[in-house]
Design a protein around this ligand. Structure first.
Ligand SMILES: Cc1cc2nc3c(=O)[nH]c(=O)nc-3n(C[C@H](O)[C@H](O)[C@H](O)COP(=O)(O)O)c2cc1C
Length: 208
């Protein structure tokens, strides 16, 4: 089983990368393979709402020239997904937001029934808002979100500072343990208890 993790920090080796390292170590301890994709300082265009992905071959995004589609291919093939991002202005850091809008608009239907987890690093406040925003993507994609005993928001600013946040580190480690457990449960039940079949969406816009 494989988890594809996206590190949305422009500084991949800083606190977000280190927090993700805690999650990876626990996943691998539980026999789950991991691959990390770092957005770094790449220029990722935001979603233009053109809906080109709805009719494109394999539903890939029609904006090319950045790494979105190659990452989407890996995300679709993985059993589980992890989203790690620094908190900027009490929310998802901008490059990652652009990336996630396009990833989920083009690939949501490939993520149904997959397990996922999210984590963030904040200096002081806003981490829970970021976790909520990350989980919104997974909820609407019909993914199953791994729990922990607290929100997976770790405190840190200068490189390595998160290591002093013992409770935050423990929360991420438990989150990874729950993700590994979920992946194994889903895999064991895939023949006997498949995820409910996809349905034609009833779309009721708020226009009457
Ligand atoms: C543009 C910007 C906005 C930020 N906004 C917040 C914030 O709203 N709340 C907070 O606690 N920290 C905020 N921070 C601090 C970062 O979340 C923190 O430094 C974190 O370690 C960054 O992750 P990194 O080490 O992976 O780069 C902000 C940092 C930047 C650069």
């Amino acid at each position: 089983m494989k988890v594809f993790a996206i590190n949305g920090s422009p500084r991949p080796d800083n606190n977000t990368g280190r927090a993700l390292g805690v999650m990876r170590a626990e996943l691998e301890k539980n026999g789950i393979e991991t691959e990390v994709f770092s957005l770094g300082r790449e220029n990722i265009h935001g979603c233009t709402g053109c809906r080109g992905c709805f009719s494109a071959a394999d539903n890939f995004c029609v904006i090319t020239g950045d790494s979105l589609n190659s990452a989407a291919e890996k995300a679709r093939a993985a059993d589980g997904l992890v989203f790690a991002v620094p908190t900027y202005y009490a929310g998802i850091a901008g490059t990652m937001k652009c990336f996630l809008d396009r990833l989920f608009y083009s690939s949501s239907r490939f993520f149904r029934g997959k397990a996922g987890a999210s984590l963030t690093v904040a200096r002081r406040a806003g981490g829970v808002d970021t976790i909520h925003q990350l989980n919104n993507y997974m909820n609407l994609a019909e993914m199953v979100i791994a729990p922990s005993h607290y929100w997976a928001s770790v405190f840190g600013m200068s490189p390595g500072e998160i290591e002093k946040d013992g409770e935050g580190i423990q929360t991420i480690r438990r989150n990874a343990g729950a993700l590994a457990w979920l992946l194994k449960i889903i895999d064991a039940a895939k023949e006997t208890h498949p995820f409910p079949a996809i349905e034609e969406r009833v779309r009721t816009n708020f226009i009457r």
